[in-house]
Design a protein. Structure first.
Length: 274
């Protein structure tokens, strides 16, 4: 074989080998549709390197509101979902889009607002607080993005006897954005807002905002995780996706979640039932 033919053959072999490398690498990742609260609180930045170091599997998170995250998974654009709206999650399962929901962790919602509390909403009663905000017409910033937090907010308004969809006014500002941007808007306009505690603890641009309502048992905020059903979408990475779910609810994963703190504040509390 002459040198020219050997060179051509070598180039063909090398090209084939190089082409195979990224394919192998690409197979070692999963996509998880999750919430802005898990991302903007800093949890994933802390948690995922621990898992990736252990397994060599990269977890790529698409952070959206819970409703959008579940829609993304319904389309087959994620291998798993990690969200916080139990009612919506159970419907996702009932419709056949998910495989067994696991509870992973919880924290709570709080209402933040101006330090001088113009609506006199402060205390432990979320429903009384919302009624006072509405009665006074104090500015309230809502995510209005079909997220788990937004779903909880709408539920609280309804429990307080206020049909917020019919009772919006200039006092009620819909941001259509994630928790971090909504808190920025609330800070800029000195408005009240409902937020998960984890994102609040990680939020720096507080201005005059402080926590005004906390401690009501209605403010409990549960997170769940599940694999997207591979019978719906054959390309779902069943084994890699389930391995991540299993790790989150394992003793090791639960300890890692508990270990995430900002200063002395623990942001999420593991409560998986194994």
């Amino acid at each position: 074989m002459d040198l020219k033919r050997r060179a051509i053959l070598l180039m063909v072999v090398l090209s084939a080998l190089l082409a195979a490398v990224p394919v192998t690498a690409q197979e070692r990742f999963i996509t998880v549709a999750s919430t802005t609260s898990t991302e903007q609180s800093g949890l994933f930045k802390y948690l995922l390197p621990i898992y990736e170091k252990k397994t060599g599997v990269q977890v790529r998170v698409v952070a959206l509101g819970t409703g959008q995250a579940l829609d993304l998974a319904r389309r087959g654009d994620a291998d798993g979902v990690f969200v916080h709206d139990k009612e919506a999650e159970e419907k996702f399962l009932a419709d056949g889009y998910g495989i067994r929901r696991f509870e992973v962790m919880y924290n709570d919602f709080v209402v933040v607002g101006p330090r001088n509390d113009p609506a006199k909403a402060g205390g432990r009663d979320i429903l009384a607080a919302l009624r006072k905000i509405r009665e006074t017409g104090a500015a309230f910033a809502s995510r209005a993005d079909k997220s788990g937090t937004h779903a909880a907010e709408v539920r609280y308004w309804k429990m307080a006897g206020i049909e917020i969809e019919k009772d919006k006014g200039v006092w009620y500002r819909e941001t259509g954005s994630g928790m971090g941007p909504t808190l920025n808007i609330a800070s800029g306009m000195n408005a009240y807002a409902l937020t998960d505690r984890g994102t609040w603890l990680a939020f720096k641009n507080r201005g005059e905002l402080v926590i005004l309502v906390e401690g009501d048992e209605k403010l409990f905020n549960q997170y769940g995780v599940m694999l997207v059903n591979p019978m719906r979408h054959a390309h779902v990475k069943k084994d890699l996706g389930q391995a991540f779910v299993d790790w989150l609810v394992s003793t090791e994963g639960q300890a890692a979640i508990a270990g995430y703190k900002i200063g002395s504040d623990q942001l999420f509390f593991p409560n998986a039932k194994r």
